[in-house]
Design a protein around this ligand. Structure first.
Ligand SMILES: [Zn+2]
Ligand SMILES: [Zn+2]
Ligand SMILES: [Zn+2]
Ligand SMILES: [Zn+2]
Ligand SMILES: [Zn+2]
Ligand SMILES: [Zn+2]
Length: 157
């Protein structure tokens, strides 16, 4: 993953005010930041889900022991270590994809849950993000609760 932005923070690079942090990127020597505490620095984030990336500080607090803890998949086929659920894990028996949601504190099925990067929370598959209102709204086939626009109108934009 190439680095796309550079910041000039003076406040530590650990909040959404830092463009690097906001973009789930580490800071490098092209950034003009001082006192950098960007939690992405030195992290290998290639296999992490977007939910993990947006909860990176919580993820970093997990001990090796906690990451080895076994979690039962919702399908019931397998027990998997938390570590493997930090990105998509495909159940070897039923083939469904699962990952651990920090927002919901549980193992979720990829087809039913997604993490909205703009709202920074996990959402039900029936919800979608209305760019017009800048919030998520319920019902994939329903117009936005606030402005009445439909999801498909945004595809051509
Ligand atoms: Zn920064
Ligand atoms: Zn930076
Ligand atoms: Zn920085
Ligand atoms: Zn999430
Ligand atoms: Zn949203
Ligand atoms: Zn709307």
């Amino acid at each position: 993953m190439g680095k796309t932005v550079h910041c000039k923070c003076k406040t530590g690079c650990r909040t959404g005010r830092c463009v690097c942090y906001k973009n789930n990127e580490h800071c490098d020597d092209k950034c003009g930041c001082t006192g950098c505490h960007n939690p992405f620095n030195g992290m290998d984030i290639d296999n992490l889900s977007i939910c993990v990336l947006q909860n990176i500080e919580e993820y970093k607090e997990l001990s090796e022991e906690e990451l080895e803890e076994q979690y039962k998949l919702p399908c019931g086929c397998e027990q998997v270590s938390l570590k493997k659920l930090m990105g998509d894990y495909i159940c070897s028996k039923c083939g469904d994809a699962y990952w651990y949601s920090f927002c919901l504190d549980e193992v979720v099925e990829d087809s039913f849950t997604w993490h909205c990067q703009i709202c920074r929370v996990c959402r039900d598959w029936r919800e979608w993000h209305c760019e017009n209102c800048n919030r998520c709204t319920y019902g994939v086939s329903l117009p936005c609760e606030s402005c009445g626009r439909r999801k498909h109108q945004f595809i051509d934009d």
